[in-house]
Design a protein around this ligand. Structure first.
Ligand code: GLA
Length: 383
């Protein structure tokens, strides 16, 4: 698989640019195991940088131009590092342009290069294909420019590129996961200070992604509305961010909030606490608790935060009824896209077959179902 992928990218590079790449960089996608929308409320999120990643095969070209070929889309783009502008035509290119632009604003050297990009992170499915593209870009500029930057700082700059250049008001979760991954570990991230704890999932429990294959239509506009509800809640409660509240503290003051805002706050505060609890349960292999936390998270996402969709409900039913399931829930921003299940490792094949069959029957869509492993964060590599 890896050999074929390398061969494919190498051939594309040689055909486009008439030479061989001088370096290869990669950055992973991620799946959140618990902690939907807690990142911008400065709470906890349990995240897994996954074995689906974005590669960039690169050669410095001695000019001020970046020449790109996106293999998955069969599209080319180029831009000048001396006049970086947003493009409305090749939207994927904005993640690369954005990173170049924030690096320049930091006074860091950026050099022109030729690159082929290839990704196994499904696009626009809630597994952070955009963050993977940003983070792999930052690694490439760092290497070519000969400067140093720690992964945390890199994640923050990539988030800034997305917030300020691309114009998506995301939290830190995606870029952080892509830059700071550790092999074989999930990361419990405290978004209030960006500290992390490595969480080793007990052996015998596997993480399986189930892609509903339904597009995330509302995710942009609804995401903004959820953030606004949370900000209103925090302001009324007199805290800087919602995750300063405890579950009990919020319950005592719930009545001062408008009903919808109260429901949003209730979800976030409980979800952040669940991220910590799930980390403990997964480490201990406590399957009953894993099942309970996942059920609570999905119910809250559906009834309180209202980020689920009909296809997600259909998928949850398929996952819950499949053999070997321990627990399952939403992932990413919600509104379609991918979901995540914890499955007995010995039953993952049976689980996959059952989910594919029952979801296909119920929805008419063939889902993509696959196991993922935890991987290291964005870096150079030898393919
Ligand atoms: C998207 C955003 C993240 C985070 C999640 C929801 O992936 O980019 O910052 O808010 O949604 O948890």
């Amino acid at each position: 698989m890896q050999v074929e992928r390398r061969q494919h990218v190498m051939e594309l590079f040689q055909n486009r640019f008439g030479s061989e790449p001088q370096l290869w960089a990669r950055a992973p996608g991620r799946v959140d195991l618990m902690g939907s929308h807690t990142d911008y409320n400065l709470g906890y999120v349990l995240t897994l940088p996954i074995s689906r990643d974005t590669w960039m095969a690169v050669r410095k070209n001695g000019s001020r131009t970046v020449n790109l070929h996106a293999a998955n889309l069969n599209e080319d783009d180029c831009f000048s590092l001396d006049a970086i502008e947003k493009t409305s035509i090749k939207k994927w290119s904005n993640y690369i342009r954005g990173v170049a632009s924030v690096l320049q604003a930091e006074g860091l050297q950026t050099d022109g290069f030729d690159a082929v990009i290839h990704s196994t992170v499904p696009l626009e499915s809630g597994l952070s294909s955009s963050a993977a593209l940003e983070c792999v870009t930052a690694v490439v500029f760092r290497e070519l420019g000969g400067w140093q930057m720690a992964p945390r700082a890199m994640a923050t700059l990539c988030q800034r590129a997305e917030n300020q250049f691309v114009g998506v008001n995301c939290g830190i979760l995606d870029q952080f996961s892509s830059c700071l991954g550790e092999a074989e570990c999930a990361l419990l991230l405290d978004c209030s200070d960006l500290s992390t704890r490595a969480v080793r999932i007990a052996s015998g429990i596997s993480v399986v992604i189930c892609n509903t294959m339904s597009p995330r239509k509302l995710s942009g506009s609804e995401y903004t509305l959820r953030r606004a509800d949370c900000e209103q809640g925090a302001a009324l409660l007199g805290v800087k961010s919602l995750c300063e509240m405890t579950v009990e503290g919020l319950a005592a003051r719930r009545s001062i909030l408008p009903e919808q805002v109260a429901r949003r706050c209730e979800f976030i505060v409980a979800e952040s606490a669940r991220a910590e609890s799930l980390a403990r349960a997964l480490q201990a292999g406590d399957r009953d608790s894993v099942a309970r936390f996942c059920a609570e998270s999905f119910a809250g996402a559906r009834d309180l935060y209202e980020i689920t969709s009909a296809s997600m409900a259909t998928m949850r039913k398929a996952m819950q009824e499949a053999p070997g399931v321990i627990g399952s829930r939403q992932a990413g921003a919600g509104f379609g896209g991918c979901m995540v299940a914890f499955v007995e490792t010995a039953r993952t094949d049976d689980f996959r077959a059952a989910v594919v069959e029952s979801y296909l029957t119920a929805s008419g869509l063939r889902p993509d179902v696959y196991q993922v492993e935890a991987v290291t964060g964005a870096a150079l590599f030898v393919p």
